[in-house]
Design a protein around this ligand. Structure first.
Ligand SMILES: [Zn+2]
Length: 373
């Protein structure tokens, strides 16, 4: 029995997994049932109401670790702009499959699942495959972090992330370090500010220092330099009180030459006693040199499918690989999926139908090469 990847994509799109709240369980169980019937060992990993990750493995009786294929099944909300199509009907037209989560990334998940199903018959005594299908990616790789912290992930020698790349093999992406800086003060009546300590003034001093902050790490050949942005500032309750609390949120996008721990220490020193720093999300950059033997193999597989020799490029977004690779000790990782990167999170999101079939072909070849060597 062979499953059509476009039909499977449609089934996944018709399951509403907008995050929040997510409710990925039916989607995870649907994929799990298909994989189980093809001989995969299936594990469901729940971490909240209807929040379920799926880990499915086959083979693995080898000193060579398995290949990991990964994707997330949650989607972002629909946004304020009305859609011209029903976002959950999975309609096709003009060679496109429309719906929330088509490009990002249910078509990618369908493609990697079908490639795994088609390969299952010859994988039993090979290094094998591990499929890691996550919930909660869109809100900061929550599902992947739960898998890592709960020790569910075993080992993997290389990782394929099926996020949208129009099937172009990306060799990495920046990291993300999100920090909250809290300033505390002492409240007083607004007519007697000398009796209080103004937390907003402290936060403002911190913001000014952050605007002037310069990274001292060498810039990266493909990713350039890290960036820092203050995204929000909140403080004060009313006009006639001295505010005793203020908070800023800092979005730092890092490159492989940045050590997150050291960076937090440097910022804490420079910002001084005015604020306290707290880490909200900590995802290291993901990067594999294009000269790595496995990446060369992926490029070779993709060349005829793309009709051009791939060049080393990186994705603009981050992926679950940043969390999974903590468990897998940073194996070579490629981001490669059928979705259109510019359609992710957009109104009238679509995925080009033909790219789904090409992705299945690509994944099957990557699996075959990994498991026959
Ligand atoms: Zn995504």
């Amino acid at each position: 029995m062979s499953i059509n990847p476009v039909e499977l994509s449609k089934e996944l799109v018709r399951m509403n997994t907008i995050n929040p709240p997510g409710r990925e369980e039916p989607c995870a169980r649907h994929l799990g049932a298909l994989l189980e019937s093809a001989g995969f060992r299936v594990r469901y990993h729940a971490y909240g109401d209807d929040r379920v990750n799926l880990v499915a493995s086959i083979g693995g009786e080898s000193t060579k670790p398995p290949l990991c294929l990964t994707g997330h099944i949650d989607t972002v909300p629909l946004g304020a702009t009305p859609w011209s199509v029903d976002p959950f009907a999975a309609e096709t037209g003009d060679g496109k499959l429309y719906g929330r989560g088509t490009s990002d990334m249910k078509c990618g998940v369908a493609a990697l699942t079908v490639a795994a199903l088609n390969s299952a018959k010859y994988l039993s005594s090979t290094p094998g495959l591990t499929l890691v299908i996550t919930a909660g990616e869109e809100t900061g790789c929550e599902g992947a972090f739960h898998l890592y912290r709960d020790g569910v992930l075993d080992r993997a020698g290389a990782v394929v992330v099926a996020e949208p790349t129009s099937n172009y093999p990306f060799v990495g992406h920046k990291g993300a370090l999100w920090l909250k800086a809290t300033a505390r003060g002492v409240t007083a009546h607004g007519s007697m500010p000398e009796k209080g300590v103004n937390a907003i003034y402290k936060a403002a001093r911190a913001v000014t220092k952050l605007e002037a902050f310069r990274f001292d790490n060498p810039s990266h050949a493909l990713m350039g330099q890290a960036t820092l942005n203050v995204g929000t500032i909140r403080g004060g309750l009313n006009i006639n009180s001295v505010p005793d609390a203020a908070e800023i949120a800092i979005d730092i996008r890092t490159v492989p030459t940045v050590d997150h721990g050291k960076l937090i220490q440097t910022l804490a020193t420079q910002l001084g006693a005015d604020v306290e720093l707290e880490s909200l999300m900590d995802l290291e950059a993901v990067y594999t040199d294009a000269g790595h033997a496995w990446m060369q193999e992926v490029f070779e597989i993709m060349r005829p499918l793309l009709g051009e020799q791939p060049k080393p490029r990186v994705a603009t977004y981050f992926t679950d690989a940043a969390a999974l690779n903590l468990a897998y000790a940073n194996p070579p990782t490629v981001i490669l999926g059928p979705g259109e990167p510019q359609m992710a999170h957009q109104t009238d999101e679509y995925c080009t139908v033909q790219r789904i079939d090409v992705a299945v072909d690509a994944y099957e070849q990557i699996i075959r090469r990994w498991c026959s060597a």
